[in-house]
Design a protein around this ligand. Structure first.
Ligand SMILES: [Zn+2]
Length: 95
């Protein structure tokens, strides 16, 4: 498992600490940068590529002839996520 440093979405500072949970149970973080204008934030969909809805869109765009780069850009997922999904669904796509 690769851990990416957590960045403050407001100032880009990586010096952040955990700061409790939101009402919906998401981890909240506090930016340690004293000049930051926002300070607290929650991480957005870090694992968007795993959502079933995105997977469906990857397959449907593949069937419509879109390339890996297009799909990756439109759905905001990495090209490797797109390629993995295409490989997993190759049998369906060529049937
Ligand atoms: Zn900040």
């Amino acid at each position: 498992m690769i851990l990416k440093p957590i960045e403050c979405p407001t100032c880009g500072e990586v010096d952040v600490v955990k700061h409790g949970k939101t009402e919906t149970g998401k981890q909240r973080f506090l930016c340690q940068n004293p000049t930051c204008s926002r300070r607290t934030f929650v991480l957005l969909n870090a694992h968007k590529g795993r959502l079933p809805e995105v997977k469906k869109q990857i397959i449907s765009m593949t069937l419509n002839g879109s390339g890996v780069r297009d799909i990756s850009r439109v759905l905001c997922v990495s090209p490797s996520t797109v390629i993995n999904e295409i490989k997993k669904n190759r049998k369906i796509a060529t049937a």
